[in-house]
Unconditional design. Structure first.
Ligand code: PXP
Length: 251
């Protein structure tokens, strides 16, 4: 299981004072040292956290594959094709939202824009992922587009306020994940994941990657980035051990 660590909120803290501390690049090195496999950052239209220069420094450093989250706009496409991160994740963006609320809307207009951008990414050697809500119809559209990856938005699951709602959201996530089985599309998940709610998500069929930001950066204030990431990695490792034990019991 690949762990991507989103360092947007290191930049949020830096931007609060307008100086250079804490430096997202130092955070990136700490992420790498803690054993996570991918860096994630979201270059927003309003540049509220990660800035263009951060993106270029992270790419130039090159210690970890970079997953650039961005809206499907001409400006962002131009930046992505210039910086060439290993992976681009297309996310919806509304200026007034606090964080990415919900998955992409795949209507005819956006499908057309994604098709063009997908071709450009292929030429540039960039893999393309779509951040989608757990809707079977959207999974089918992703399959038809032939994108490299789908990241399921786990926000509704994370925010579910009762056990019944949690189970209902998990059911939707499992159903969506099942639509991608044997379709040659990698499956990732992210948004609102924490040490408390991660385990159930790791059971999604075919899941290969989780991307986690806010809970890790929030926890790092008390225990440091290294320890915060190791706590998440322990959950990933324990789940893998359980999976192996279950497989051996089946034999
Ligand atoms: N994955 C995607 C596509 C996201 O947009 C975000 C939030 O920027 C995350 C993962 C991480 O979400 P969180 O910060 O809630 O862990």
């Amino acid at each position: 299981m690949i762990l991507g660590v989103n360092i947007d909120h290191v930049a949020t803290l830096r931007n609060a004072r307008g100086g250079s501390d804490p430096d997202p690049l130092s955070a990136a090195v700490a992420v790498w040292q803690s054993g996570a496999e991918q860096l994630v950052c979201h270059l927003r239209e309003d540049r509220r956290h990660i800035q263009d220069n951060d993106l270029r420094r992270l790419k130039d450093w090159g210690g970890l594959p970079l997953n650039l989250e961005m809206a499907m706009t001409e400006e962002m496409a131009r930046i992505a094709l210039d910086v060439r991160p290993e992976l681009v994740t297309l996310v919806p963006e509304r200026r007034e939202e606090r964080t990415t609320e919900g998955g992409l809307l795949l209507d005819e207009g956006s499908l057309g824009r994604i098709r063009i951008f997908l071709d450009q990414c292929r030429m540039a050697g960039i893999r393309l992922s779509l951040f989608l809500g757990p809707e079977p119809a959207d999974m089918e559209k992703a399959v038809l587009l032939g994108v490299d990856q789908v990241e399921l938005h786990t926000g509704e699951y994370s925010n579910a306020s009762s056990e019944k709602l949690v189970q209902a959201e998990l059911h939707r996530l499992v159903a969506a994940a099942s639509c991608l089985k044997d379709k040659g599309i990698r499956l990732a998940a992210g948004h609102g994941l924490t040490v408390r709610n991660l385990s159930a998500v790791l059971e999604l069929p075919g899941l290969e990657e989780v991307n986690i930001g806010h809970s890790i950066v929030a926890r790092s204030i008390f225990v440091g980035l290294d320890q915060a990431i190791r706590e998440i990695r322990k959950i990933l490792a324990d789940t893998e051990t359980l999976r192996v034990i279950r497989m051996e019991c089946k034999r």
